[in-house]
Write a protein that binds this ligand. Structure first.
Ligand SMILES: Cc1cc2nc3c(=O)[nH]c(=O)nc-3n(C[C@H](O)[C@H](O)[C@H](O)COP(=O)(O)O)c2cc1C
Length: 403
């Protein structure tokens, strides 16, 4: 596979091992052209084409440019960035170096979740080793702590933090690629995105396109949680079916529990049901099924899960994590979780069900960042797929079973 030789992290690679396998030798080719031709898209959630973002930064007239490797990783259930930094720090670092050379940046930051102590030590050692060997010529790479709040991973909030301010997203445009850190062109890419860059530059775009689907070349790391028999981070090509991931890779749910629901892309995506396991794992197929792939956090729910409780938990997460600077976002996230709480406790009538879509439609796009659009898909899909559970709760409150 592209990022993990055996499709999963098995060995904490050293500088010597990375170099012996051809590492740090990819610097002379035309990096930007190769990345554009590869069709690489961002792995941090939004799936934006990497070549296009880099082109904007490279073509914007400026006396300084920056790279930010986004390792904020506060999405519940996500640990792929941590695993990449722990097991393959040089792969990520070479990706940062190549990105910096592609856009002529002289400074790069690893914006690292402040609780990731092991990653900090692996990455600082990697930087020291690469520097001593002369691979960082003309580029300064530093590790900077990222606060552990969800919104701190949003690209413009990360830029605010690097400027010494609280993690609050900026209004866009301008987008960071044109005017980011200190107002200069700044490429913010996820750890996994940057880890794909050295293999592409070394082996070529045609080689990379052998993995995945024609529209979505390459692989993605999927995080399976503790509800599975074999939890872990697994690298699979786009186009693998959800069933392969669930049954063959994850081994199904623990204790042979029956599958009830799937959240295929983290808390901001729409639920799927057990009969949708044959969907292909690529952004377009998930979109057609009304959901999304996000940054690859897969959650599988067993029979017996109360979907009202689960939906409420997600809504409360967004209400808690809204940074509060956009009134529409604060109002929306609080109202959605309050209404869900009332339904769960059986306080109110069926008119409450009509409120969700109205609140979501009214607020769509009215925040500085995408968090305002995140609570809607899980709520609306849960109401559509598991409506009888919500009705049961409305009638009986928390008493009895909604199963
Ligand atoms: C609320 C919120 C939190 C985010 N958290 C992260 C994060 O922890 N890591 C990340 O890479 N991207 C995160 N993103 C996405 C970033 O804004 C940005 O799209 C991404 O870092 C770009 O990298 P990519 O193009 O390589 O995916 C978040 C977005 C939002 C709206």
């Amino acid at each position: 596979m592209i990022l993990f030789p055996q499709g999963r992290p098995t060995h904490r690679e050293t500088f010597g091992e990375y170099c012996a396998a051809g590492g740090y030798q990819a610097v002379t080719k035309n990096i930007l052209d190769e990345i554009i031709a590869s069709g690489l898209t961002g792995r941090g959630g939004a799936g934006f084409p990497v070549g296009r973002k880099w082109s904007v930064a490279a073509e914007t007239d400026a006396d300084a440019r920056y790279i930010i490797c986004n390792a904020g990783e506060d999405e519940p259930g996500s640990f792929k960035d941590r695993v990449l930094l722990e097991y393959r720090p040089h792969l990520v670092l070479e990706g940062i170096i190549l990105a910096a050379r592609a856009i002529a940046a002289e400074r790069a930051y690893v914006y690292l979740n402040e609780t990731y102590d092991e990653c900090f030590s692996r990455m600082t050692t990697a930087i020291d080793d690469a520097k001593a060997a002369g691979y960082l010529r003309g580029i300064t790479v530093t590790v900077h702590p990222a606060p552990t709040v969800y919104v701190a991973g949003e690209d413009s909030a990360a830029i605010e933090v690097l400027e010494g301010k609280p993690p609050k997203p900026r209004q866009k445009p301008p987008y960071p690629a044109a005017a980011g850190l200190f107002g200069k062109p700044t490429v913010v890419n996820n750890v996994e995105t940057l880890a794909n860059v050295p293999p592409i530059v070394r082996n070529g775009a045609t080689w990379f396109r052998r993995f995945g689907t024609p529209e979505y070349p390459g692989t993605m790391i999927f995080c399976l949680g503790e509800e599975m028999r074999d939890p872990g981070a697994y690298e699979l090509p786009f186009g693998t079916t959800l069933r392969q991931l669930y049954e063959n890779v994850g081994g199904g749910l623990k204790d042979h529990q029956q599958l009830k629901a799937i959240l295929p892309g983290g808390p901001s995506c729409a639920f799927l049901t057990a009969d949708q396991l044959d969907i292909s794992l690529d952004p377009e197929s998930l979109n057609q099924a009304g959901s999304s792939l996000g940054c690859g956090v897969m959650r599988f729910y067993p029979e017996g899960t109360c979907m009202v409780d689960e939906t409420l938990r997600i809504a409360q997460f967004f209400a808690r994590e809204s940074c509060g600077q956009c009134p529409a976002c604060r109002m929306e996230t609080e109202m959605l979780s309050t209404i869900l709480e009332r339904i769960r406790q059986g306080k109110g009538d069926a008119a409450l069900f009509n409120q969700f879509q109205k609140i979501i439609d009214f607020n769509r796009g009215k925040g500085y960042c995408a968090l305002i659009n995140m609570p809607g898909p899980p709520i609306m899909s849960a109401l559509r797929l598991f409506g009888e559970e919500f009705e049961f709760h409305l009638q009986h409150g928390g008493h009895g079973s909604c199963e």
